[in-house]
Write a protein that binds this ligand. Structure first.
Ligand SMILES: Cc1cn([C@H]2C[C@H](O)[C@@H](COP(=O)(O)OP(=O)(O)OP(=O)(O)O)O2)c(=O)[nH]c1=O
Length: 216
């Protein structure tokens, strides 16, 4: 069973590699803008499903040009990480700019928020060749798919304007949901977590390995 991690996140790649799984990677780029009043659950499930569709489209395009067939079955892994405020509705995504980061951090200061990571495993296989059209280009079809969403509570210490300014200037917040990296400088803002640490970083590793095993 081949695995493709459809993610450009260096953290996800490192985490999956640490599970000693062989996999290849693919970058998918989708519009991650939440819909108006979209619930965190609907948003994160839509993100991983949309990333999976984009990845399969790319693989089909590759199939048309690349004569070698994929070894089957193939599992495509997609993931998405968000923060969720105690109101259970406000989604924290990557900061658009300094002001956006500050507005998120002010709501996260000295309180508990959740980090949710959804993972979708999509098993794909080549459609059987259509006998009557021998030159029919083969495409991949979805055999089955499964999603999991893991939640971790994260408690922030009280944040000052100086702390926020220094952290933004570090550059670390820019590509991270909620504008922080618990695995980096952001660790200094976290007084405790309740749940999976790897889930906060961007891939709940034990749960992802279990999901892959289930699909095999
Ligand atoms: C909360 C938190 C998030 N993150 C990262 C994980 C994700 O890479 C990122 C959330 O953005 P995502 O959109 O989930 O992922 P991505 O855009 O980085 O990669 P792709 O969509 O290609 O899979 O935030 C950390 O690295 N540390 C943290 O503590």
């Amino acid at each position: 069973m081949d695995i493709i991690l459809a993610s450009s996140s260096p953290r996800r790649r490192e985490l999956l590699a640490s599970a000693q799984l062989d996999f290849s990677t693919l970058n998918v780029d989708i519009d991650e803008t939440p819909y108006d009043n979209e619930s965190p659950k609907d948003y994160i499930e839509r993100m991983v499903a949309t990333k999976a569709k984009a990845a399969i489209q790319q693989l089909n395009d590759l199939l048309q040009t690349n004569k070698d067939n994929f070894s089957e079955p193939l599992i495509v892994l997609t993931s998405d990480t968000i923060g969720v405020l105690p109101d259970g509705r406000t989604v924290l995504v990557k900061p658009m700019d300094r002001e956006h980061a500050y507005s998120m951090w002010q709501q996260m200061s000295d309180s508990v928020h959740e980090v949710w990571t959804a993972v979708q495993a999509t098993q794909v296989a080549l459609r059987p060749k259509l006998a009557q059209t021998p030159n029919h280009k083969q495409t991949l079809q979805v055999v089955k798919q499964q999603q999991i969403t893991e939640r971790t509570e994260v408690t922030f210490i009280p944040l000052t304007a100086a702390m926020m300014s220094d952290y933004w200037d570090s550059g670390e917040p820019a590509d991270k949901a909620g504008g922080y990296g618990i695995q980096g400088l952001g660790a200094a803002w976290v007084s405790r977590i309740n749940g999976s640490y790897t889930n906060v970083v961007g891939l709940p590793l034990a749960q992802t390995v279990a999901l892959i095993k289930e699909m095999r």
